[in-house]
Write a protein of this length. Structure first.
Length: 139
């Protein structure tokens, strides 16, 4: 199996360059402040998504508490997320922010696609890289 490649320091001038879990696409993430909130700016082609930056620590804590593999379950905002997945947790009223980590209405989904590779790059998680049905767990 091919291993993911990643680089960058997460600044606007040197964003993290990451690959989706199936290794089918490359995208960038960097930290920024928008409307007084620390965010992750995710650029996929010409589309820009925003996620609350505290998702890094919060997702890692959830994975540690789970103690095992958790399915990613990536889904668009308009589609329901499968229960028990990273995607469902990223929009659940029971997570630490009480709902969506995605900040841009209409583009709040895909948490399970774009955030797990960042945790892997930071050494906080292990992510599977199959064509579909990938999972992650805490390191």
């Amino acid at each position: 199996m091919t291993e993911p490649t990643s680089s960058g320091t997460g600044t606007p001038d040197d964003p993290w360059v990451l690959q989706t879990p199936p290794l089918s696409s490359t995208y960038t993430l960097h930290r920024d402040v928008r409307e007084g909130i620390d965010v992750l700016v995710c650029t996929v082609g010409k589309t820009i998504l925003l996620y609350d930056a505290r998702c890094i620590e919060d997702l890692h804590a959830m994975l540690v508490a789970a103690g095992d593999w958790v399915p990613l379950g990536s889904a668009d905002e308009q589609k329901p997320a499968k229960d028990g997945t990273v995607e469902a947790w990223g929009r659940s009223p029971d997570n630490p922010v009480g709902g969506w980590y995605g900040r841009k209405k209409g583009l709040r989904g895909r948490f399970g696609m774009y955030i797990p590779p960042l945790l892997e790059h930071l050494g906080l998680a292990e992510v599977e890289h199959q064509a579909r049905n990938n999972r992650m767990r805490a390191r």
